[in-house]
Design a protein around this ligand. Structure first.
Ligand SMILES: [Zn+2]
Length: 453
């Protein structure tokens, strides 16, 4: 028996009978009485270990709360169980998952961002996420539209990564002007030795990996999207290296950054050799979404951290054990990981300051959205993550825009000698005009993500 007194830390502890099926202990130093569950997430629970194992099994199988409650009721001593109890047990398991430390990812690592609607499900008083003067926070059905789209404060963001072994890492991050910094931190803390980072064309990644000096494979997610004859023609007969290069410059096909000069032939060979794609990230994203959005409603933002921790744990456990039907034995292994995790007394308040978008950013997004609605004639226009508006200000946007886009903007504002200009010159040339009318640049960045307006 290697029990330690939860009060004084002494190992001078003796058995002291049983109560409620649990072995009781007494400390010989301070006379404190306790049991195996004291101080753990299981403390105070009326459910026995079998019920907890069953709950874990339900969670591994993505069962709904009502189904899980139904199954727990079949177990001895749990027949009167209420869904609220199941819910609080579930939260404790998810909380424990957050204390689990996985090794850092490395090698070729695919990264992604999942945008999920901010919800305050169950809150008594709705808190506005929009700054003063931009409207009240109203109760809104899950399916309804938002004011500012996924780049705005009505969405939460989850950064995730999957490496060659299939293991994942994920965490809730703040967006807006802080997103680049948050991504850098995520990479440094969870991915130790990234040889090549693979992402879509979301601007903040490009700034983050440039600063971290990591080779960066960029695959815009609109590749192959129909509806644009101009792009389709180029994509269908991309045998011409010159055209492919031009497409790369425009950000219309995949490319590699922070790797020095790489010609098309070298790039395509390298891509094939290293198997660069976003396949693993996409598979993980689908799984994460399933865990965060069930029964057509979202997880309340307050609990998002815990759901994300659980999704990470469950995925990595699955990678370790391989595919196949989930058994009680699997659930028992998970339960063994969790049963001694200390109960955290204060739950980190979710939706805390760290997660909040800066007012300045939200105002800018609001302003840019209004301009784009006017310029595009689409009164419901909203930016998407890949449009890059979460980079921060105009300077950062110019920094991540592909050279082809910079050229287009320079031509639009009537600059001379655009053909021969280098990227740095183009950036200097267009800066004043873009400061004044960001929609000139924004429309080109947003344009790639949807069909031609
Ligand atoms: Zn003691």
């Amino acid at each position: 028996m290697n029990k330690v007194c939860p009060k004084c830390g002494s190992e001078n502890v003796v058995r002291n009978g049983k109560s409620g099926g649990l072995q009781q202990f007494e400390c010989k130093e301070c006379a404190r009485r306790f049991n195996a569950r004291t101080g753990t997430i299981l403390e105070g629970s009326k459910c026995g270990d079998d019920a907890w194992v069953e709950l874990v099994r339900c969670m591994l199988e993505d069962k709904s709360l009502s189904e899980a409650t139904e199954r727990l009721r079949q177990i001895d001593g749990c027949d009167g169980l209420d869904w609220r109890t199941t819910w609080s047990m579930k939260l404790k398991v998810m909380q424990a998952a957050g204390t689990f430390k996985w090794p850092k990812l490395g090698g070729v690592v695919e990264f992604g961002l999942l945008y999920t609607k901010e919800t305050q499900k169950g809150a008594r008083k709705l808190e506005s996420t929009l700054p003063d003067g931009m409207g009240e926070r109203r109760a809104r059905p899950w399916e309804s539209t938002t004011e500012l789209g996924e780049c705005g404060p009505e969405f939460d963001r989850v950064a995730y990564a999957v490496d060659e072994s299939g293991k994942c890492a994920c965490r809730v991050v703040c967006g807006g002007e802080r997103l680049v910094r948050e991504l850098e931190e995520f990479v440094q803390e969870r991915a130790g030795d990234v040889e090549i980072a693979c992402t879509d064309a979301n601007g903040p990644y490009r700034l983050a990996f440039k600063r971290l000096e990591i080779k960066h494979y960029v695959k815009p997610s609109w590749i192959g999207e129909g509806g644009d004859p101009w792009r389709r023609r180029w994509l269908n007969d991309n045998s011409d290296e010159k055209e492919y290069l031009e497409l790369q410059r425009f950000g219309l096909v995949d490319r590699i950054e922070n790797a020095g000069e790489v010609n098309v032939e070298e790039f395509l060979a390298f891509k094939k050799e290293r198997g660069l794609s976003l396949d693993r990230a996409e598979a993980f994203s689908a799984e994460l979404e399933k865990k965060l959005v069930s029964e057509r409603t979202g997880v309340s933002s307050k609990y998002l951290d815990r759901y994300v921790s659980w999704a990470e744990y469950a995925w990595n456990k699955q990678v370790e054990r391989g595919r196949g039907r989930i058994t009680t034995r699997d659930a028992r292994i998970v339960f063994e990981d969790f049963k001694d995790v200390p109960a955290v007394l204060t739950n980190r308040a979710a939706g805390d300051g760290r997660r909040r978008l800066g007012n300045e950013y939200v105002h800018r997004l609001f302003d840019w959205t209004q301009r784009m609605r006017k310029a595009s004639g689409n009164p419901r226009f909203q930016f998407r993550g890949e449009d890059g508006v979460e980079c921060g200000g105009v300077a950062e946007l110019i920094d991540v825009a592909p050279i082809g886009v910079l050229k287009r903007v320079a031509q639009d504002i009537g600059a001379d000698g655009v053909r021969d200009m280098k990227a740095a010159e183009l950036r200097r040339e267009i800066q004043p005009a873009v400061e004044e009318h960001p929609e000139i640049l924004l429309s080109y960045l947003a344009y790639g993500a949807r069909s031609r307006r």
